[in-house]
Design a protein around this ligand. Sequence first.
Ligand code: MET
Ligand SMILES: [Zn+2]
Length: 350
Amino acid sequence: MGSGNVVETTTTTTTTATTTTSSTFMSDFIGKCGGNVVIDGGFATELERHGADLNDPLWSAKCLVDSPHLVRRVHLDYLDAGANIILTASYQATIQGFEAKGFSKEEAEALLRKSVEIACEAREIYYDRCTKDSWDFMENGRTSRRPILVAASVGSYGAYLADGSEYSGNYGDAITLETLKDFNRRRVQILANSGADLIAFETIPNKLEAKAYAELLEEEGIEIPAWFSFNSKDGINVVSGDPISECVSIADSCKQVVAVGINCTPPRFIHGLITSIRKVTSKPVLIYPNSGETYDGQTKQWVKSSGNVDEDFVSYIVKWREAGASLFGGCCRTTPKTIRGIATALSDKN
Ligand code: MET
Ligand SMILES: [Zn+2]
């Protein structure tokens, strides 16, 4: 691991969840990580690479039910690759989605909690291994320990629909702010009290959904921090066509939001989007692009486009850092190899 990612802590210190949202939560964490934070990479697509069949409305959340060992394995692979933040397998885990599969409300809630438990367990296993490996190098009871946060993933309403609308942002007129708030309320409450360090609202495709999350965080008095991450397919707007500036403004006005940025977007759009985001907010900027391939919601396949492949975008990380981002990872079709490349690129810079 790059030295930029290692800080001195005592052996007894663990990364613990915050109980109150703090405006300095993320800047403190970035400081602890040496100025740059490594986020993990594609989770669902990595489960598939390990043989999981995710052709299901629950997508990666299906593995919470039938292969939790694989979920733990992928978290550990990203920790081994250098991640400072791991995202749980709850992206497409919703109470409504589990109920549609025949689970009770209680079972559905337990599965949401389980996504966080597995990620926390992976962090403990990783730390235990590091402690054992570095036993000979400990001095005065002190050892180096990489700061690691567990982020509870919340995918968009479009992800739950599993019809590709997370990439169109078009929910139709019947879906209102209240619909979206009601849909997410219980899920967000459960994840906020699950032991996760923060909530990652991912792949937000439109302004309405950003507004719903912001209002929900306020109304429910959610006490752990959150990040808002949008997706774009033109480098100017979020996928629905809503201007990125308006979406980021919503995140900027929400006190629980500690970072804002872009995920599951082709690498070629990232630089311009960072510049647009910086104009609207001084909150830390996160980016975790996909491999540059495009998801076909009809065939449920990733298809090659003229974008960059994952090996390529690692070479842009330093430029994206200069443009003002400070948290970097990968989304769909990126792998632990991508994340190792990012960690190396950032530590070489320091
Ligand atoms: C469609 S974006 C998916 C994001 C999620 N964190 C994953 O990597 O599986
Ligand atoms: Zn993705």
